[in-house]
Design a binder for this molecule. Structure first.
Ligand code: GLA
Length: 337
């Protein structure tokens, strides 16, 4: 691995200093294994899993803050910003939250009280470390005409859980920027539904300040035009935008091939072209995009190594497995203006 003194290329955070913050998702392992890379190139972090409900609050009376605290300390030590991820989600959420302890389901009132107390505790604790929270993650249904995906939240509390979460977060830290975060955010059907949700929240006076475009993209999809239209549509609501989980898979989503041991040169070139075109586009919208966070930092560690094909390696980032800059990095370093 590279030591601090080995980093001589321009830092990403400096290259884009006039545009947006450059972030990475981290965990207690990668702040060690990728520590030098993170400190040199990035000025923002997000906890990959450590601030999710099930990790922070496994039982009603038990909070576990150790790992999340460690990540916040890493951000403080390196003068990095930190995003909070995530308060309300249908995944990675403890079962007890929805249960009444007697084999049944909790009431709507009790669920919202539990949510309020969770948000108060968590957002309050990281007030001085976290400037922006993903308050609600992925509530929009991918397919069909239904706006909201089925979930325990919806089933028990009705759609009001969404505005309640934003109200609770705003009360817990009135300074924090509050985001709605989702994937497939640039696909027209989902984009329009996300827009509809945000518009209705804003019309109700709900304290929502931004939209997180997860940006789990690949080298073929979404198209530049789709991304541009999505940015303009969300920005027309007066919200700020952040890319929150960017990665650029070298496989189409439907592609199940698992034979590649190393990324072929032509795929890396395609990836470099895509990164260059995407960042050129993002820079055009620097007035409304305040941060671009990758869902990892370098190709030695990515959740895509197991998703959607278990055990298949992927190479989605700007830095390779040895933390050396890839072709994509050099293209971004060459962007002007
Ligand atoms: C979603 C979540 C993230 C993460 C990714 C997969 O995008 O928002 O927290 O779990 O899935 O790693």
């Amino acid at each position: 691995m590279r030591e601090s003194k080995d980093f001589t290329e321009p830092a990403l955070k400096t290259l884009f200093a006039g545009d947006f913050r450059i972030g990475a998702a981290v965990n207690p392992h990668t702040i060690r294994s990728q520590g030098h890379l993170l400190a040199y190139h990035f000025n923002s972090i997000t906890a990959e899993n450590e601030m999710k409900f099930e990790r922070l609050h496994p039982e009603e009376e038990v909070y576990r803050f150790g790992e999340a605290d460690e990540l916040a300390a890493f951000a403080r030590k390196h003068g990095m910003a930190m995003r909070g991820h995530t308060l309300v989600w249908h995944n990675q959420t403890s079962e007890w939250l929805f249960a009444d302890g007697k084999g049944g389901t909790v009431s709507r009132e009790a669920l919202l009280e539990r949510l309020e107390s969770h948000i108060h505790k968590v957002v309050g604790r990281y007030k001085d470390d976290i400037y922006a929270w993903d308050v609600v993650n992925e509530v929009i249904a991918d397919e069909g005409e239904e706006l909201l995906r089925p979930s325990k939240w919806l089933e028990i509390a009705g759609p009001g859980f969404i505005s309640a979460a934003f109200e609770f977060a705003h009360a817990a830290d009135p300074q924090a920027l509050l985001f709605y975060n989702d994937y497939n955010e640039s696909h027209p059907h989902k984009r329009d539904k996300i827009y509809t949700l945000l518009k209705s929240l804003l019309e109700q006076g709900v304290p929502v300040h931004g939209v997180g475009l997860q940006a789990h993209w690949n080298v073929y999809d979404p198209s530049l035009d789709e991304v541009r239209t999505a940015i303009e549509k969300y920005a027309s609501l007066g919200l700020q935008l952040q890319l929150t989980e960017l990665d650029m898979s070298v496989f189409r989503f439907e592609d199940r091939r698992a034979d590649l041991k190393a990324p072929p040169a032509e795929l890396l070139e395609l990836q470099a072209q895509r990164y260059e075109a995407m960042f050129r586009l993002l820079k055009e919208y620097r007035e409304v995009i305040s941060s671009v966070t990758f869902w990892g930092a370098a190709d030695d560690y990515t959740w895509l190594n197991d998703f959607p094909v278990r055990g298949r390696k992927n190479w989605p980032f700007l830095f390779d497995e040895g933390h050396q800059p890839k072709a994509a990095f050099h293209r971004l370093a060459g962007l002007k203006g």
